[in-house]
Design a protein around this ligand. Structure first.
Ligand SMILES: *[C@@H]1O[C@H](CO)[C@@H](O)[C@H](O)[C@H]1NC(C)=O
Ligand SMILES: *[C@@H]1O[C@H](CO)[C@@H](O)[C@H](O)[C@H]1NC(C)=O
Ligand SMILES: *[C@@H]1O[C@H](CO)[C@@H](O)[C@H](O)[C@H]1NC(C)=O
Ligand SMILES: *[C@@H]1O[C@H](CO)[C@@H](O)[C@H](O)[C@H]1NC(C)=O
Ligand SMILES: *[C@@H]1O[C@H](CO)[C@@H](O)[C@H](O)[C@H]1NC(C)=O
Ligand SMILES: *[C@@H]1O[C@H](CO)[C@@H](O)[C@H](O)[C@H]1NC(C)=O
Ligand SMILES: *[C@@H]1O[C@H](CO)[C@@H](O)[C@H](O)[C@H]1NC(C)=O
Ligand SMILES: [Cu+2]
Length: 609
């Protein structure tokens, strides 16, 4: 009797202490023109865009009913940076921890937030969040160690912005017509999903400024003119205060800084977010990479244009130290080496690879394979040949060695954890070797998204103390689409014992398509878990000797040929009817011809030039 009573009391006590916030997020299309240059449909919530930040307090339970009212796209929400301890099925990525939320469907995200800091939430449906479905997520902390150091908080989001929608942009990005994998270049930069933002401040006051880069692609340099900042948080981890005059935020990263407005300030303070143009293959003449906002001390004064900055030397996040002084995890139980490269596949398009494997989502969400594969859940084979799956035991020290064998910068994000960055090279350092580890920092920086430099490496460590299925991927949304993703399956047998997937999650899959399997291996095979026949797969590899230059030459010659066909078709149609239908005919012949030609690249036209 007593234990029952006690647990009853505990239940009441627990219920009384946990604050529960219930929200409804109806996801809809709305029209907006945030850069003043182009009106376009964007994905809003409850008819609102910019989407308001979600504010919570550490310890709070959040229950959000997400309804997909888009009509023509599936969706999902991921809570970037939250550990989702015990609720891996609420993490968000379709094909990993849930099924897509189809138009007309809904899903309830219900999770407890046990960590303070600056986060964000965004769609994790392929390529979707740059259409606007993203917003800051701020977790306030009653025990904030810097509580007495500021008067007020300000939230700033930064992002790049495209005039076109992601669907058509993705189609042209992953295409034989783009064999080098040049990413679409944004049209503008935004602050708080707008430009020329003004924020009233008072002289003599100190502000905690929380910053989130929600971009699809662009890293952002950020500075407040003639002000110095004190970094106190990166990606949810409090840091020892560190002076900075300039920050660099990759897509997905966050910083909080303390900024004091001089008590004798009379002029308004411009602040700038400047897109990192080194990421872009081409820089259009009309691109303005900068967006400006102002801290307004005196609204009767003008808004001075920002002075130009000649040199970008941001604070090096590798030099930051977590306030808790957590030492480097030093007995590594498991090292996972991921060699990154970009290359073409047999469809002529450019893809991204870890260890020569490009990610393709499995038929069965990986978490559902964990739940339905018994002892086989410890065997990475059941998760498929194209998911870059790694099974981790519980409570291991895991080390990820990421070698970036590509000329571009890539910001890597791990779900479910913050990691220590125990080594990171400059550009062109080549692959990591244990000898490079001589200068392991005693107290390394911890965060959940880290920049890996061109042809360089990063070494990350974390404890596998959070059973779940967690993605590790580049946060450049183009590279997610081209397959730069790995899957960590953490303590799967423990997960089977401790986790119950809410029945409405499985029901969602079935309502989407009754033939969707929700159990078995990556191919949906329940009877023979080691047989992956029918699993989703990428295009076949290119035949040997076929290079991007060869593809360019091939495409050019095909397009030339098609132009001839078009001219002939147009000429042939001319006497009979309007040029209109002639053009249509030419278009149709382009489609008809390109398919068989591309299907047989070994036909000889396509040898290297
Ligand atoms: C912001 O101000 C700049 C400079 O005056 C202007 O070119 C731009 O169009 C403005 N942006 C918006 C969205 O009004
Ligand atoms: C969301 O949509 C549902 C109908 O699907 C409606 O009942 C509800 O009032 C809407 N909520 C908000 C906040 O707009
Ligand atoms: C979906 O609907 C939006 C808003 O009406 C539209 O702009 C967009 O082109 C549609 N997308 C597709 C893939 O049809
Ligand atoms: C203010 O900042 C600009 C640009 O960074 C710099 O050129 C200028 O010297 C600074 N002025 C003062 C008074 O510090
Ligand atoms: C953007 O800002 C940078 C740094 O101040 C400057 O070099 C560049 O010229 C600016 N671009 C435009 C279009 O103003
Ligand atoms: C990891 O350690 C924690 C705390 O000691 C324990 O509760 C948990 O069961 C362990 N996990 C595994 C998979 O052994
Ligand atoms: C998750 O919960 C387990 C058990 O309560 C705990 O040992 C672990 O530290 C937590 N992990 C994270 C990342 O919070
Ligand atoms: Cu990338």
């Amino acid at each position: 009797m007593l234990p029952v009573l006690l647990s009853f009391l505990l239940l009441i006590y627990g219920a009384a202490c946990t604050k529960v916030t219930r929200l409804e997020y109806n996801i809809t299309w709305v029209n907006r023109n945030p850069d003043g240059l182009h009106d376009r449909p964007v994905m809003g919530i409850n008819g609102q865009w910019p989407i308001p930040a979600l504010h919570a307090t550490k310890g709070e339970q959040v229950v959000i009913t997400v309804r997909n009212h888009l009509g023509n796209e599936t969706t999902s929400l991921h809570w970037h940076g939250l550990y989702m301890n015990g609720t891996t099925y609420m993490d968000g990525p379709p094909g990993v921890t849930q099924c897509e939320i189809s138009p007309g469907e809904s899903l309830i995200y219900n999770f407890k937030i046990n960590q303070p800091g600056t986060y964000w939430f965004h769609s994790h449906t392929k390529g979707q969040y740059p259409d606007g479905l993203r917003a800051p997520l701020i977790v306030h902390d009653l025990d904030n160690p810097f509580q007495n150091d500021f008067d007020e908080e300000i939230v700033l989001s930064f992002s790049d912005w495209y005039h076109d929608l992601m669907k058509p942009l993705l189609a042209s990005f992953i295409s034989v017509t783009n064999p080098t994998g040049a990413e679409p270049v944004p049209n503008s930069a935004l602050i708080n999903d707008a430009q020329n933002v003004t924020i009233a401040v008072l002289p003599g006051r100190t502000y905690l400024i929380r910053m989130v880069n929600m971009a699809a692609f662009a890293g952002m340099y950020v500075w407040f003119q003639n002000c110095s900042m004190k970094v106190v948080e990166v990606d949810g981890i409090y840091t020892e205060p560190a002076e900075a005059s300039l920050l660099y935020l990759t897509a997905g990263q966050r910083y909080s800084v303390l900024l004091s407005v001089n008590s004798d300030s009379v002029t308004n303070i411009p602040f700038v977010a400047s897109m990192d143009e080194e990421l872009f293959d081409t820089i259009p003449d009309d691109l303005n990479s900068n967006v400006t906002g102002w801290l307004v001390v005196d609204s009767t004064q003008g808004l001075p244009p920002p002075l130009k900055l000649d040199l970008f030397t941001p604070v090096d996040d590798y030099s930051l130290r977590p306030l808790d002084g957590l030492a480097a995890l030093d007995t590594v139980d498991r090292t996972i080496t991921l060699d990154l490269k970009m290359d073409n596949l047999g469809d002529g398009a450019n893809y991204a690879f870890f260890n020569d494997m490009t990610y393709v989502p499995p038929k069965v969400p990986t978490l559902y394979t964990v739940m339905s594969s018994g002892q086989h859940a410890s065997d990475p084979i059941v998760y498929g040949s194209h998911t870059n799956s790694f099974v981790l035991n519980g409570n291991e020290t895991v080390e990820i060695v990421l070698n970036n064998n590509d000329d571009g910068k890539h910001p890597f994000h791990l779900h479910g954890h913050a990691f220590q960055v125990v080594a990171r090279s400059d550009d062109d350092a080549g692959s990591y070797s244990v000898n490079s580890a001589a200068h392991l920092p005693l107290v390394p920086m911890r965060r959940d998204t880290v920049l890996v430099r061109p042809n360089g490496y990063a070494v990350l460590r974390f404890r596998s103390d959070n059973p779940g299925v967690w993605l590790f991927h580049c946060h450049i949304e183009w590279h997610v689409a081209s397959g730069l993703t790995a899957t960590f399956i953490e303590a799967p047998l423990q997960l089977q014992e401790t986790t119950t997937i809410p029945p409405n999650h499985y029901a969602l899959c079935e309502r989407n398509d009754p033939s969707t399997p929700t159990s078995g291996n990556a191919a949906g095979n329940v009877a023979d878990l080691l047989n992956l026949q029918g699993e989703p797969a990428p295009p076949a590899p290119l035949p040997a000797g076929f290079t991007p230059r060869g593809i360019v030459a091939f495409v050019v010659s095909v397009l030339n040929g098609l132009a001839m066909v078009a001219i002939i078709a147009w000429y042939g149609m001319l006497p009979i009817s309007a040029t209109d239908s002639g053009a249509k005919n030419a278009d149709a012949s382009r489609e008809d011809e390109s398919q068989p030609l591309l299907g047989t690249p070994e036909s000889g036209i396509a040898t290297e030039q």
